[in-house]
Design a binder for this molecule. Structure first.
Ligand code: PBG
Length: 306
């Protein structure tokens, strides 16, 4: 009667991985129960997500070959762009189809942007590539793009590219306060990342919360429809601060490392898995997230329904 916070399937978004050239799904060893999908098993996964009433799916593509400029990201026949078209046809009327708009899955150096000759990430050159990626993804039919590369000015450039391309209807979920986090570790296996070093020159510094709020406000000014804080659990205070500072929906990404920690402890019998999952997700909602991206989205929806 007096619960202050709810957890509902519609508030959850399932991140899904699709890999070029697979003939059957491949398990991700650091993320028990999560798979790299083939184009056809991906469709089964998103159909289930739709049936369970999830709010959306976030697509990540893993190309067979990577190169310095991430060509697979902008190629209309690239795995992510093909998957977008497939998924929209399958479930586009039932939930929101979102795609990761970032180069790191497609570059052989694993960075989210293009590099200068001396190996630094070139912010402004990368923006041009993101604009092209936005055009490719919207031409493929995506409904919402998720720029996750943390380049300054990325939301403005993507909004402009979408509008100029006749895709005013495509919305933007901005990874606004994305921290340079150790909790992304298992994701790097999930996307076969070749990253060496770190992303500290473009992702946020963990001690800074006000800066996370400023990033969210800047993204809204540039046209973000939803702003996101990521990771979720180690940054619940940032989720709350952003929620209190903005008037758009706030999302939080319960990332791979947060998922795998709980799974690992549960596998050892050290914590009780299902209640811990639900407690984790309600805590992110209580902190102020309207939308939660989580690898448990489908399972949580099932638990909530019973
Ligand atoms: C970058 C991206 C990352 C994640 C989502 N998008 C990795 C990174 O920034 O290193 C991490 C998601 C997770 O850990 O679950 N495209």
């Amino acid at each position: 009667m007096v619960a202050e916070t709810s957890l509902e399937a519609r508030q959850l978004v399932l991140p899904v991985f699709v890999r070029e050239g697979l003939s059957e799904p491949r398990a991700i060893s650091s993320m028990p129960g999560v798979f790299q999908h083939t184009r056809s098993t991906l469709l089964a996964a998103v159909a289930e997500a739709a049936e369970l009433g999830l709010g959306g799916v976030m697509l990540f593509g893993i190309p067979e070959t990577k190169d310095a400029v991430g060509s697979g990201a902008t190629d209309p026949a690239g795995i992510l762009n093909l998957a977008i078209t497939d998924v929209v046809a399958e479930v586009g009327d039932a939930l929101t189809v979102m795609s990761d708009l970032c180069l790191d899955e497609f570059t052989d150096h694993g960075h989210c942007g293009l590099l200068t000759p001396d190996g630094r990430v070139d912010n402004d050159k990368t923006l041009e590539a993101y604009a092209e990626m936005a055009r490719a993804q919207s031409d493929a039919g995506v409904q919402m793009v998720g720029p996750s590369g943390m380049m300054d000015g990325q939301v403005a450039v993507i909004r402009e590219a979408l509008d100029a391309d006749g895709h005013e209807e495509v919305s933007i979920l901005a990874y606004s306060a994305k921290y340079a986090s150790a909790f992304f570790g298992p994701f790097r296996e999930a996307v076969d990342s070749s990253l060496e070093g770190d992303r500290r020159t473009y992702q946020q510094d963990p001690p800074n919360a006000l800066e996370g709020v400023r990033e969210a406000l800047l993204d809204i000014e540039q046209g973000a429809d939803i702003v996101m804080v990521k990771p979720a659990l180690a940054y619940l205070d940032v989720v709350r601060r952003v929620r209190d500072a903005v008037d758009v929906p706030v999302a939080a990404y319960n990332v791979s490392g947060e998922f795998s920690m709980l799974e690992a402890a549960a596998a050892r019998g050290w914590i009780e898995r299902e209640p811990a999952i639900l407690e984790t997700l309600i805590s992110i909602r209580r902190a102020g997230a309207d939308v939660v991206l989580t690898y448990w989205a489908a399972e949580a929806a099932r638990l909530l329904a019973r």
